[in-house]
Design a protein around this ligand. Structure first.
Ligand code: SF4
Ligand code: SF4
Length: 448
């Protein structure tokens, strides 16, 4: 692991001085059952049901899962599969809004007396890793209870190192109280496991106003450190943050708390506190709408499940649209259809013109080594494609594992610096997918 990753990407944080605008209530929302990592949630409403904001509409299913709540008031008009960009289908609940945004009258702050009740409440909040990982937040905290781990550091991930995105930034400047509440809840209800832990809020130096607000908020609290990081991509990758904030190296195949640390996105922490304070689960989020084709970028508060097309109507776009990305330009996802909804982790919608959307042809590797040099995880990225084509599956697996590609954090630095325009990130993703499938097929075949 390098001391710090060293890729300077243009910040393009055009919306960091703007206040988020609450968008007009969309006519409908579409809520997929897989807005988190783990098992899909299970719908508990039927077509024709009237629902209110915050009402539980799909319960968590399986060991790692997260519930889904209505994000507008109105009528459930459809429960049917929708298509993902990868061609897979997932069940989604479509709610036609009545425009009233009536809150569920049964919502109230949960009563919590101990750690188990706390974790159950976080579970019911529907909060997941809002920086992109979508791992259920309760499950992350639950890991700290494992007697094999001794967590002494909680990393609050406030790096927001991708260009354009300002969602976490706004959460910090507007709601530092919720971030403080989140930390106090953890100290109170998980005191046995996190009582002695230091909370390091890891934030890039390009957010001076947020740093100032946080310093004021946590003045006199010696268990909170505002850890300022250079604005260098990808500071927000958990392995990079762990090293830069603690000097510890994340080893492949080990759970994160085994390094003595938990990591939680700053907006997840705030949204968790909001639920514990009020009983309102995760129903809306801050979204940056920007990109090279946008003339007047905005930052908005939108119900989860709002169609991307409706968000795009909030800004003015110049020229023909080439592609729309949810998340950052480095490791966000180009959307399959702008009729898709924004999900819990959608921190940005970026609109690119036709010119910026054309992928250049790639050419032969000139062995310059830049991809390896800029990889924050020291992956032998240049060899991945070659091994991926090895016809001998056992050797393919061995060689790919040796490259370290399983630890790839999808930051895209390798592709970004490659002078031959080789699609290294895509190959890494193919390699990781293949390794998982191959391991699963070996398990099924009883080879291991
Ligand atoms: S995408 Fe993966 S291989 Fe490429 S630089 Fe990032 S971590 Fe390294
Ligand atoms: S950056 Fe591109 S050209 Fe250079 S070694 Fe890596 S793959 Fe080859």
């Amino acid at each position: 692991m390098k001391n710090i990753s060293s890729l300077h990407v243009p910040h393009n944080k055009h919306t960091d001085k703007l206040d988020p605008i609450r968008i007009a209530v969309p006519s409908e929302v579409v809520l997929p059952m897989n807005m988190h990592s783990g098992h899909d949630a299970e719908p508990i409403v039927s077509v024709g049901d009237y629902v209110r904001v915050g009402q539980l509409i799909a319960r968590e299913e399986g060991r790692f899962s997260s519930p889904v709540h209505a994000t507008v008031s109105g009528t459930v008009v459809e429960i049917a599969p929708i298509k993902h960009g990868d061609g897979k289908e997932v069940i989604a609940i479509r709610i036609e809004s009545d425009g009233k945004m009536e809150a569920d009258p049964n919502l109230k702050a949960p009563v919590i007396n101990n750690c188990d009740e706390f974790l159950q409440a976080v579970r019911e909040s529907g909060v997941v890793g809002l920086g992109g990982a979508a791992f259920p937040t309760w499950a992350k905290f639950n890991e700290a209870k494992n007697p094999d781990y001794k967590v002494d550091t909680v990393l609050v991930n406030a790096a927001e190192c991708e260009p354009y995105i300002t969602s976490d930034h706004k959460m910090m400047t507007l709601h530092p109280d919720l971030i403080a509440d989140g930390i106090e809840y953890l100290r109170k209800y998980m005191s046995e496991y996190l009582g002695e832990a230091v909370f390091k809020i890891c934030i890039e130096k390009n957010k001076p106003d947020a740093i100032e607000v946080l310093k004021k908020t946590f003045e006199g609290k010696d268990y909170v450190v505002i850890h300022e990081l250079d604005a260098i991509y990808p500071q927000g990758a958990k392995q990079v943050m762990l090293y830069n904030a603690t000097g510890r190296v994340a080893v492949a195949g080990k759970r994160f708390p085994s390094f003595g640390a938990l990591i939680i996105n700053v907006s997840s922490l705030a949204k968790m506190a909001e639920y514990l304070n009020t009983g309102m689960p995760l129903v809306e989020r801050i979204v940056t709408i920007d990109g090279p084709a946008v003339t007047e970028p905005k930052i908005v508060i939108a119900p989860i499940g709002t169609r991307i097309s409706y968000l795009m109507e909030q800004v003015t776009v110049e020229g023909e649209i080439g592609k729309v990305v949810v998340g950052g330009p480095m490791n966000g996802t180009a959307v399959f259809s702008t009729e898709s909804p924004i999900v819990k982790v959608a921190n940005a919608v970026l609109i690119f013109g036709e010119k910026e959307s054309v992928l250049p042809d790639y050419s032969a590797c000139i062995h310059c080594g830049r991809c390896i040099d800029k990889c924050p995880i020291n992956i032998d990225v240049v060899s991945v494609e070659k091994h991926l084509r090895n016809p001998n599956e056992a050797k393919r697996e061995k060689r790919l594992i040796e490259t370290g590609v399983r630890q790839c954090v999808d930051c895209g630095c390798c592709s970004y610096v490659c002078p031959a325009n080789r699609p290294l990130l895509a190959w890494n993703q193919d390699a990781k997918w293949w390794l998982k499938q191959y391991a699963a097929s070996k398990r099924e075949g009883g080879q291991n």
